[in-house]
Design a protein around this ligand. Structure first.
Ligand code: ZN
Length: 509
């Protein structure tokens, strides 16, 4: 399982020695609890799960990603810090952009559609480059370690799927990082140096002012989904507008806006907007349990954009919810043909295979889903499949991992884990203690701490100098405590210390 190195990393972070480092962008000396290697490791390990949790990559139009990457690399080349920069477009309608430590940057298709020219795109991307180059994410981690030793928990509001509550802890580190608010000074720094990079790379930095003005206006409308996206981590303000105006005065403003080139590259995505609108309608329909409307909305979305895997995947989920497993199967397969890179398609199809009792296929899909983003749902199902084919210890590991989840899945996995564990470690679940009664008779007190009705509880009373006796209890209800007479008598109270008791085996009824 991939969880261990990520957990180890968090622990290493918490134990790192205090240090000082010169900020590569500002040149200022600052406290640093995490090394550059740790920064790079966080970016490397968290980039994929963080993308996956927010819809995965937008793969219908790979030219668009290439374009965004070209703009990004043009800015990265003039930045103050060489990092393994990467830029991707996320398949998500909520306007947002983020940077993980180590230069791993993403922008949603939702935000791209709100921009007017390439210089505005450059403003967004350069701002994120500064967050990575100036170690703002690392500072967020510093702050959290100083405050409480761990990262603040944040809800995964950027992923509104039924799976989001079941994503395993370590895979959410990146999401927690990119949904936390940067400090005011980090935002001003990212604006200031971002505009420097724009000018250096030949973009007109005035675009950053125009964009910030748009953001301020949008942030005044409290209903927009910007608030759960970009504005949650990068709050806009009049102060930022004014500072940007001052920064522009220091810079050359003969750089390009490249509006035509931008619009050309955005043309395809823009033409498909009605399809994504229908898709969002379908999600609302599903949330309201209006399945027929949801099918109609999805049919419309697919008619307008037959290349989008997410549409088929949601259709698959919809059929599965109605127990129409064959129809669901077809939809998942169509989704997979179009994009074999998003965990939710594997998870949905894997769960659908489980319903059809096709366990080998289910296992392959669920494992693949876990390799992209580990979820308690997949762990729990993999546990059941392992148990079904007699791999008890593997089943136990899966159930134990899934047992950390909240809600039904966590409860189910906890029970399944205990059921396997109690057979191997009955003493963990049935407490036993020796007492003497008034006649110096040895008694055993048994307490069933498990949630199960137990039968065939085999108890062994051992005497140090040799000899033992066995007693069997036919049934012991959950939480039940009983006192057994062993028939053994001692001549003095201290003689009891020569005896010990253990639970040899139990059966779950
Ligand atoms: Zn920012």
């Amino acid at each position: 399982m991939k969880l261990i190195p990520q957990l180890a990393l968090i622990i290493v972070l918490a134990l790192s020695p205090w240090g000082c480092a010169v900020n590569p962008v500002t040149g200022k000396s600052e406290l640093s609890l995490i090394s550059e290697n740790q920064e790079l490791a966080i970016g490397r390990e968290q980039y994929v799960p963080t993308q996956q949790i927010q819809g995965g990559q937008y793969s219908v139009d790979p030219e668009l990603t290439r374009y965004v990457n070209t703009v990004g690399q043009r800015l990265a080349a003039v930045s103050d810090r060489a990092l393994p920069y990467e830029f991707v477009v996320l398949n998500n309608s909520i306007p947002n952009a983020w940077a993980l430590p180590g230069g791993k940057i993403a922008i949603t298709r939702g935000l791209l559609l709100e921009l007017n020219n390439e210089a505005e795109l450059a403003a967004v991307v350069a701002h994120e480059i500064v967050h990575a180059a100036a170690r703002h994410g690392a500072q967020t981690i510093n702050r959290n370690i100083l405050m409480q030793g761990v990262l603040l928990a944040a809800t995964l509001s950027t992923s509104d799927s039924e799976y989001s509550n079941y994503i395993m802890g370590a895979a959410t580190l990146g999401t927690r990082l990119v949904t936390q608010k940067y400090g005011r000074s980090a935002e001003l720094e990212a604006d200031y140096y971002g505009m420097q990079y724009m000018a250096r790379a030949g973009y007109n930095p005035r675009a950053a002012v125009a964009l910030q003005k748009t953001f301020v206006r949008l942030s005044e409308d409290r209903k927009t989904n910007w608030l759960e996206g970009l504005f949650a981590s990068h709050p806009p303000s009049e102060e930022r507008v004014n500072r940007n105006l001052r920064t522009v005065a220091e810079l050359t403003i003969d750089g390009e806006y490249a509006e035509d080139r931008f619009q050309r590259n955005l043309a395809y995505l823009r033409s498909k907007q009605p399809a994504y609108k229908s898709f969002e309608d379908a999600r609302k329909n599903i949330a309201n349990n209006e399945y027929q409307l949801a099918h109609a909305s999805l049919d419309q979305a697919i008619r307008l954009e037959p290349k989008e895997a997410q549409f088929y995947a949601l259709n698959g989920d919809l059929y599965r919810a109605q127990k129409k497993y064959l129809e669901a199967q077809q939809q998942y397969n169509k989704a997979m043909q179009r994009d074999a890179g998003w965990y939710q398609i594997y998870l949905g199809r894997g769960l659908n295979y489980v319903r059809q009792n096709r366990y080998n296929l289910a296992k392959a899909d669920l494992e693949k889903s876990n390799s992209l983003v580990p979820t308690a749902i997949a762990m729990n199902e993999l546990g059941k499949i392992a148990l079904d084919s007699g791999r008890r210890s593997q089943a136990k590991e899966y159930f134990q991992a899934a047992s950390t989840a909240k809600g039904e899945v966590g409860q189910e996995a906890t029970l399944a884990f205990m059921k396997l564990d109690i057979a191997e470690n009955p003493g963990r679940y049935v407490a036993s203690q020796l007492f003497l009664n008034e006649d110096n008779g040895v008694q055993i007190q048994l307490t069933n701490r498990s949630p199960f009705n137990l039968g065939e509880v085999t108890i062994v009373l051992v005497r140090d100098r040799g000899g033992s006796s066995i007693q069997i209890i036919r049934s012991l209800a959950p939480s039940r405590r009983i006192l057994l007479n062993t028939g053994v008598k001692v001549s003095a109270a201290q003689e009891l210390s020569e005896y010990s008791v253990f639970i040899k085996s139990v059966a779950v009824l």
